[in-house]
Ligand binder design. Structure first.
Ligand code: C2E
Ligand code: MG
Ligand code: MG
Ligand code: MG
Length: 281
């Protein structure tokens, strides 16, 4: 009886959680089905140019519309997709969908919007990555300059394996961005070895920058370092007007965060773009 009660308590919590709480194998099967049933959705979060005060581009962020469970955020299924290898077909879908969005916006008459795409470690090291990207871009007739790859510092940790792949991606014409900059366990030496274009200042520094002097000083130092090395600096998690003002004073090049917009659908991007006014956010 006790056993049974325990089980039903578990069942209770399980049903309360929006996240994926099934066992590993079960979830892998669910993810497989989700790919087949096309249950993934790509949203886009605007990135704002600090100087022109215009929309520079967007970051593509995946969601899983899981039948009967609502919307599952990426942190609740990307790690599993990564472990199971399903991140490879999911990542391919992300590329195809992002490229469809670029053409969709083009058809809607707004000037070409660069899209940043997140690449996890397994995706980055898949054998056919460069070929996969090349064929998707060629087929859709998309300028590679419109695609930015976001990788984390964990990829940079293994400089010898990462460098040739990054060079190939650069040669293809893609832009390379380091995501969550300042939070990884890597040394800074990759900054001089890798062909990196953008540094994204992690949102954990931005969150408290107006109340915590250390965070503000870290951001200031990242911007100085980045600019010295000719990188473009993007702040993540920009939530308030105050964040925008301070980051602007510190010389940050681009803003991304809820102050401007949450991630939204490709349709909503058109409305956002056509009505955008920097000072009325
Ligand atoms: P990330 O690439 O660092 O993305 C930034 C995350 O911060 C996103 O969460 C975004 O919705 C959220 N965010 C943006 N602005 C704000 C803000 O002002 N305040 C706060 N508190 N949060 C903000 P999301 O969409 O849940 O994505 C989480 C992570 O999942 C991403 O972190 C990325 O590492 C991963 N991810 C998302 N989409 C993909 C994908 O297509 N492929 C892969 N491999 N990973 C993805
Ligand atoms: Mg990212
Ligand atoms: Mg990030
Ligand atoms: Mg992240």
């Amino acid at each position: 009886f006790a056993k049974r009660e325990k089980k039903s308590t578990f069942q209770f919590y399980r049903d309360q959680l929006p996240a994926v709480t099934e066992g590993y194998l079960e979830t892998e099967a669910l993810l497989r089905k989700a790919i087949k049933k096309n249950e993934f959705v790509l949203l886009y979060q605007p990135q704002i140019d600090a100087v022109t005060k215009e929309i520079f581009g967007v970051e593509a962020l995946i969601r899983w519309h899981r039948e009967g469970h609502g919307i599952i955020p990426p942190n609740d299924f990307i790690p599993l997709a990564e472990e199971s290898g399903l991140i490879v077909p999911i990542g391919k879908w992300v590329f195809e969908e992002a490229v469809r969005a670029i053409n969709f916006w083009k058809d809607a008459g707004i000037s070409p919007l660069p899209v940043s795409i997140n690449l996890s470690i397994r995706q980055f090291y898949q054998a056919e990555l460069v070929q996969m990207i090349t064929s998707i871009l060629t087929e859709a007739n998309i300028d590679p300059a419109l695609i930015t790859i976001e990788i984390t510092e964990s990829i940079a940790m293994d400089a010898t394996s990462a460098l040739p792949i990054l060079k190939e991606l650069k040669a293809l014409g893609l832009t390379i961005s380091i995501d969550d900059f300042g939070t990884g366990y890597s040394s800074l030496s990759y900054l001089k070895k890798f062909p990196i274009d953008y540094l994204k200042i992690d949102q954990s520094f931005v969150r408290d920058m107006t109340t915590n002097k250390d965070d503000r000083d870290i951001i200031e130092s990242i911007i100085l370092l980045g600019h010295r090395l000719n990188k473009v600096l993007i702040a993540e998690g920009v939530e308030t007007r105050e964040h925008v003002d301070v980051l602007g004073q510190l010389g940050c090049d681009m803003f991304q965060g809820y102050h401007f917009s949450k991630p939204i659908s490709k349709n909503a991007i058109i409305d956002y773009y056509t009505t955008f006014n920097f000072d009325q956010q």
